[in-house]
Design a protein around this ligand. Structure first.
Ligand code: NAD
Length: 300
């Protein structure tokens, strides 16, 4: 391996420390405790793990954590009533509805019912529009974490060629907007892109957000390029024992790391940054709600 490893776990630790320091100052100087409410509908095991982890980390940085666990059969109007109550709760500065929602619920309607200034996931249509027009917004956590790591590694991204593989509303599209905001020349590739290898070979920055294990091989990577691997894929790992699995990204780590200048590992890269950015967004939302100075470097 010749690439520099971008250690998202360590970076996330530094972000959490900065958030905790800001929270302590808000409490000491203004008597304000930022509050994050997470709403979970149903009992999807992966969602339960995420929600538990989010709640634990929220408390660890000194913020108030509220969890609303609703039955899988919760009606749309009852879920909207919970969101409305949180919108009007002055002790809650961030609201997150854990996705995916059960099929009978209208995800867009639910997300757009969150007060935009409390939408710490950055998925509300107002925040999407603000980000797209270069205005101050709540920025989706995963792409925000990627941007922070890229800025930390490169300083300025101005003029760099960036390819984002994947066009989801959660990762690909906001990632492209953020890179454009930092003056990259951005290409968004997706499942219908012709000759993806050729497109990726032009990039100084490759962000892979597809969900296909190890689909990007090293010979697609321009020597010295930076690879940000958002993918989280679970593969069987019989070598670790019966029924065991291992996590891999969308990039084939070994061959990419041999060519790239820098790369994020999976696990330990983008993943830990996502929850750290959720905490960062909550403290940012709290500062904005109270017209106080925001922590530096924690948003786009
Ligand atoms: P998604 O399924 O919504 O979108 C995948 C995108 O990949 C689509 O836009 C599609 O066009 C594109 N795509 C599919 N096949 C392709 C191909 N063969 N070539 C090029 N593009 C192709 O997924 P998502 O929600 O954006 O998530 C992507 C990955 O990132 C998943 O592995 C997910 O688990 C992971 N993820 C990680 C974090 C994190 O915190 N690290 C957060 C969100 C998502």
């Amino acid at each position: 391996m010749s690439a520099t490893l971008i250690d998202g776990k360590a970076f996330a630790g530094r972000v959490r420390t900065q958030v905790a320091e800001h929270v302590a100052r808000l409490k000491a100087d203004h008597g304000i405790t930022p509050g994050l409410a997470v709403v979970l509908v149903g009992e999807d095991p992966a969602s339960q793990v995420y929600v538990r982890s989010k709640g634990k980390q929220t408390v660890e940085v000194g913020m108030k954590s509220v969890e609303h666990k609703l039955d899988v059969s919760t009606a749309q109007e009852d879920l909207l009533a919970v969101i409305n109550q949180l919108n009007n709760d002055p002790e809650i500065h961030g609201i997150l509805v854990q996705l995916p929602l059960p099929d009978h619920l209208d995800e867009d309607m639910v997300i757009n019912a969150i007060a935009p200034e409390k939408d710490v996931d950055g998925f509300h249509i107002s925040n999407v529009g603000l980000l797209g027009t270069g205005q101050k917004s709540m920025v989706p956590c995963t792409p925000l974490g990627c941007l922070m790591m890229l800025r930390d590694h490169h300083g300025s991204l101005s003029g760099m060629d960036a390819v984002v593989i994947g066009r989801s509303n959660i990762v690909g599209k906001p990632m492209a907007q953020l890179l454009l905001g930092d003056s990259c020349t951005v290409t968004i590739a997706h499942s219908r892109t012709k000759d993806l290898a050729d497109v990726v070979r032009r990039a100084d920055i490759v962000v892979a957000a597809v969900g296909r294990p190890e689909m990007v091989p090293g010979d697609w990577i321009k020597p010295g390029a930076t690879v940000i691997d958002v993918g989280i894929n679970r593969l069987d790992a019989p070598e670790k024992g019966e029924g065991k699995t291992r996590l891999v990204g969308d990039a084939d780590f070994e061959s990419c790391a041999a060519v790239a200048g820098a790369i994020t590992p999976v696990p330990g890269g983008v993943g830990p940054m996502t929850i750290a950015c959720l905490l960062a967004n909550t403290v940012t939302a709290c500062c904005r709600a109270n017209r106080l100075e925001e922590p530096e470097g924690l948003t786009a």
